[in-house]
Design a protein around this ligand. Structure first.
Ligand code: NDP
Length: 330
């Protein structure tokens, strides 16, 4: 009989969906050319949506959630990886259409995998996770938009969350002045410890947006969307870049073309799930170079796999700080 491993499985029920820890075998997994033993996974906002069923992230049931993992290759049919290689997987439908990272084994496709960069442990890779890698994609977008520290401060919204925390730490290391927007005044010291220079209340940016407001930010990393993003756009300086990656405050965007045609501001969409391999490798190489591991450590809450299903509602209600790392062996 083949070896059994633990996996968190979401089953469809009459009431909605039900998570449970199950013992599976490799025969239970979906097709793929590479078997990996995930050591760590993580809790991203999207994992919260999947775990609670608050949005239809999970496209088929049963599903093993977990949109990313870091672990060791067990076997690889095409030979692109050798047994023992350390790898990372973010996105590509993991935990949505393909069994994900909340399991001690995953069968995936080698072309989805990125090698773990030197100097980053599997636990730290998942402390970065999809959220941190998305933060890096946002920072790359600002740099490519021509934003440099001498242009002025960068606004980070949803700053105490996963994307926001990593964005603050990265931007601080790169020498930017950072204005961190948060709904939790209690996280001010945490955000300052990551490198934020000024903390503003979430409410300051959530009112009715004007088409144009006083120029304030050289660039923006936005995790929130809706009126917050519209206000941020209206306050972006001439030629500035806004990296829009999130919707924690809503999907809508009540703005006007004025900032784009009168100030030349650039609104750049950030998409992490299907980003090409070269973009992923660049982002991970830059994370290895530019993310202060002491600051990353300060963002981590460790949670065993056996308890992660209870955390879905916490991230959706904004109760988690920084990054939640899932120890798949516990
Ligand atoms: P988190 O839940 O960790 O962070 C989101 C933060 O947004 C919260 O911590 C809170 O920050 C703030 N927030 C929560 N609810 C509201 C609200 N109603 N109004 C205003 N602010 C709110 O999630 P992640 O950091 O993992 O993800 C952030 C966003 O980015 C999510 O929308 C997620 O879906 C998206 N995302 C997109 C990706 C992509 O590929 N485009 C990839 C990864 C994430 P605070 O308490 O500081 O105000």
């Amino acid at each position: 009989m083949s070896e059994r491993f633990r996996a968190l499985v979401l089953d469809k029920t009459d009431q909605g969906q039900e998570p449970s820890l199950k013992a599976l075998t490799l025969d239970d997994l979906m097709p793929g050319d590479t078997v990996v033993a995930p050591a760590f996974s993580t809790l991203n906002y999207k994992d919260g949506l999947a775990l609670t069923g608050a949005a239809p992230v999970v496209r088929s049931f049963p599903m093993i959630p977990g949109i990313d993992f870091a672990g060791e290759v067990i076997s690889c049919e095409g030979g692109a990886f050798q047994p023992g290689d350390q790898v990372i997987l973010n996105g590509f439908g993991l935990g949505e259409t393909h069994f994900g990272g909340y399991a001690e084994r995953a069968r995936v496709n080698a072309k989805w995998l990125v090698r773990l960069p030197d100097g980053i442990s599997p636990r730290h890779a998942m402390a970065v996770g999809t959220a941190g890698y998305t933060a890096m994609l946002c920072v790359l977008a600002l740099e490519e938009g021509g934003t440099t520290p001498d242009h002025g401060p960068i606004l980070v919204t949803g700053a105490a969350g996963g994307v926001g925390s990593v964005a603050v730490a990265l931007l601080a290391k790169l020498g930017f002045e950072i204005i961190a927007s948060t709904g939790r005044a209690s996280e001010a010291d945490y955000l300052k410890s990551l490198g934020a220079n000024e903390i503003i209340a979430r409410d300051e940016l959530s009112g009715e947006p004007r088409a144009m407001a006083k120029e304030r930010f050289a660039g923006v990393v936005d995790c929130v969307g809706s009126k917050t993003l519209a206000n941020a756009i209206s306050m972006t300086k001439y030629g500035g870049t806004i990296a829009a990656c999130g919707l924690a405050g809503g999907m809508d965007l009540p703005t006007s073309v004025a900032p784009f045609i009168l100030r030349g501001v650039k609104l750049i969409g950030i998409e992490s799930v299907h980003a090409p391999l070269a973009r992923r490798e660049l982002a991970w190489a830059r994370l290895a170079q530019d993310l202060d591991l002491e600051k990353l450590e300060a963002m981590i809450t460790d949670v065993p796999l056996s308890e992660i299903s209870e955390w879905g509602s916490k991230i959706l209600s904004g109760q988690t700080r920084g990054r939640v790392v899932v120890d798949v062996s516990k």
